[in-house]
Design a protein around this ligand. Structure first.
Ligand code: C5P
Length: 406
């Protein structure tokens, strides 16, 4: 199944283009959205009208179309896709891809894309076996282009041999494999806390910790990107909602606690929120008045529930992997190591947040991953890269667990 997957299908000009129509249907039956680009020669074999009717989307073809560029620029076409599929991929389009030629919309998109590309070649056996094609295919493979087929069989030209495009259902299976390999956390459920909490003093004022939510939101996005069903419990932040993540917005630590523990059971919990440790013992109903010459109010504080500790001690609902963060200004490693034991979590991501590091609100972070038996120092990197790397470690951890169980 391919629910929600966005596929950009590039149809180049070969007789196998007629199979692309069925391919569009099969992809859509499995929940994928299909947007198509056709080369000029593809339109000699099938009409843009059929492609548009089956994909229920506009078909793109003209690099210099003002309307197309205004609606969806050629760069945006592949940015908005999860995967680019070239089917059929003729010898001509493979040659252009290998050479970096971009003389129409299809080849320009292929050069501009930052997404993986799967090519399903379709050509005569001699063309497929020609040294030029062999070189082009190996160049493309070395650059990471994936190939689905071709296979051996009867050809439209009457010959027999390798070069036939594989059947639409076989292409669909390859695409399903591609996405499941790219989704090592499929079937896992993750809870991520992010952002600050606001602890009300009165209807106007609150106490909070500094936190932009950038790191926590990036972690939720990375886990969801690897296929985990992800619930992001977030305090007030200016961060955009990560795609494919269920968002629960809260304000106070107690609300965050209830939302996070209420989202159990889960396999993974990552507590990246900067939860306020204390809250005013009572929230005043009316705004505290500033009286001229009067003494500033005294706030009576009480301790907030510790969400990380609660998740780590959730008995038979305890996630198999609980990860905490430790924002420290001094003795980063020693304090974080002690915190891992005190909180009962499995891993701690420790970061130095002393003011000169620029970690708070910034886009970069320098962290150390502390587990029961190792400390791994990571170089300074973008918060999104910290998130990806952490998600990869989490995926490896679960792959190891599965292997040990087998
Ligand atoms: O004790 P400290 O706040 O430094 O601990 C940091 C870790 O504990 C973070 O992972 C943070 O999200 C989590 N935490 C929590 N609930 C609290 C306090 C901290 O989940 N009340």
């Amino acid at each position: 199944m391919l629910p929600g997957k966005r596929i950009l299908l590039i149809i180049s000009g070969g007789i196998a283009a007629y199979k692309s129509l069925d391919l569009i249907r099969r992809l859509r039956e499995r929940g994928a959205t299909v947007r198509c680009v056709m080369t000029d020669s593809a339109t000699q074999f099938i009409t843009p009208l059929s492609v548009s009717a089956l994909s229920e989307n506009k078909v793109y073809g003209d690099l210099f179309s003002l309307t197309d560029e205004a609606e969806m620029g050629h760069i945006q076409l592949s940015r908005d896709a999860d995967l680019v599929l070239v089917a059929p991929a003729t010898t001509n389009i493979l040659a252009k891809m290998a050479q970096g030629i971009s003389d129409d919309l299809a080849t320009t998109v292929l050069l501009a894309t930052d997404k993986d590309v799967i090519a399903a070649p379709a050509m005569n056996v001699r063309m497929w076996e020609h040294a030029a094609t062999r070189d082009n295919v190996s160049t493309l493979k070395s650059r990471g282009v994936l190939f689905a087929g071709p296979t051996e069989g009867d050809m439209a030209c009457g010959e027999y041999g390798e070069g036939r495009m594989i059947e639409p259902l076989e292409i669909v299976t390859e695409i399903e494999h591609y996405f499941s390999a790219a989704a090592p956390l499929a079937g896992r459920r993750a809870i991520v806390t992010s952002g600050p909490t606001h602890e009300a003093i009165d209807p106007v004022r609150y106490v909070a910790n500094r936190s932009s939510g950038k790191q926590g939101h990036a972690i939720a996005a990375a886990l969801a990107g690897m296929g985990a069903e992800t619930i992001l419990v977030t305090g007030p932040t200016a961060e955009a909602n990560p795609a494919g993540v269920k968002i629960v917005r809260i304000e106070s630590a107690r609300e965050m606690h209830d939302a996070a523990t209420g989202a159990l059971p889960a396999d993974i919990a990552v507590c990246a929120a900067a939860v306020a440790d204390w809250r005013p013992a009572e929230i005043l109903e009316g705004k505290i008045k500033k009286t001229k010459g009067g003494a500033p109010p005294c706030l009576d504080m009480v301790e907030n529930p510790d969400i990380l500790r609660s998740l780590s001690a959730a008995g038979n609902q305890r996630p198999a992997l609980v990860v905490g963060f430790a924002a420290e200004t001094d003795n980063v490693l020693a304090n974080a190591t002690a915190k891992r034991e005190r909180k009962g979590c499995d891993w701690i991501v420790a970061n130095d947040v002393s003011p000169d590091t620029g970690t708070f609100g910034g886009d970069r972070n320098t962290v150390h991953l502390i587990t029961a038996d190792s400390t791994d120092d990571w170089p300074a990197m973008a918060k999104s890269d910290v998130a990806e790397r952490l998600a990869e470690h989490i995926a490896t951890h679960f792959a190891n667990l599965r292997e040990a169980a087998e």
